[in-house]
Ligand binder design. Structure first.
Ligand code: HEC
Length: 205
């Protein structure tokens, strides 16, 4: 009987001791990221603040970028990084943030930042950009009074012939059909402008 009680006592004190140690280890911090997702314009900085359920928590993060540059892994109580898209379309940076307190790490939380192209990029229009571009490069042949039937000082004609125009101006200067005939190749900027006019929807104004 006595032995039984002794064993019981030993066992229960073991349980108490054991649960105490477990309690101490179980205080893993829970991280909160504010906001939990963010959308910024290319060239702008993220602003994500990190807080925790446990005092004196430190945060460290890793990041996976897609179509974005400028995001790096790091540590601190906020993420402020200038992100820029690498192409012309939106990209993302996905941060994985791990909180650590008293040597114990909590579960990582994830924050996705969407980076959109700069909204400032005004649309290319015929009246504002294309008419003068073609008038200065394709004169006199393709302007009213010129020798060629296709006239680039007319919006409808220019619009309907744009694929042919793009084809001709991108040919080798020595190739048959290169345009402007007898002239020099359009600058890369002007060719890009013609392409953007297509992308923007061939707007008149
Ligand atoms: C010196 C006169 C001259 C200049 C300058 C010139 N072209 Fe032409 N273009 C012609 C002639 C001639 C033809 C017909 C022969 C041919 O198709 O290659 C032609 C044909 C074309 C055609 C195919 C026919 C059509 O109507 O679709 C396109 C497209 C074209 N030119 C675009 C341009 C563009 C764009 C420019 C300016 C960047 C330009 N050309 C400058 C003389 C010129």
């Amino acid at each position: 009987m006595k032995t039984r009680i002794l064993i019981l006592m030993l066992f229960s004190s073991f349980l108490v001791l054991n649960s105490c140690t477990e309690d101490e280890e179980a205080t893993a911090p829970v991280a909160t990221a504010t906001p939990t997702s963010q959308t910024i314009t290319s060239g702008a900085a993220t602003s994500i603040s990190l807080t925790s359920s446990v005092a004196a928590t430190t945060f460290s993060w890793t990041v996976v970028q897609a179509g974005v540059t400028g995001a790096t892994s790091g540590s601190g109580s906020s993420i402020a990084q200038t992100l820029t898209i690498t192409g012309t379309t939106s990209g993302t940076a996905t941060y994985s943030i791990t909180p650590t307190a008293n040597g114990t790490s909590g579960s990582p939380v994830s924050v996705t930042v969407t980076v959109n192209p700069a909204a400032s990029s005004a649309k290319v229009t015929y009246n504002a950009n294309i008419k003068t571009l073609l008038a200065s490069s394709c004169t006199p042949c393709h302007l009213t009074g010129g020798t060629h039937a296709s006239k680039w000082d007319d919006y409808q004609t220019t619009k309907s012939k744009i694929s042919g125009i793009l084809d001709r101006v991108q040919r080798e200067t020595t190739a048959t059909g290169f345009m402007p005939a007898g002239g020099s190749k359009l600058s890369a900027e002007n060719i890009a402008l013609l392409k953007k006019w297509v992308d923007d929807g061939l707007l008149e104004k």
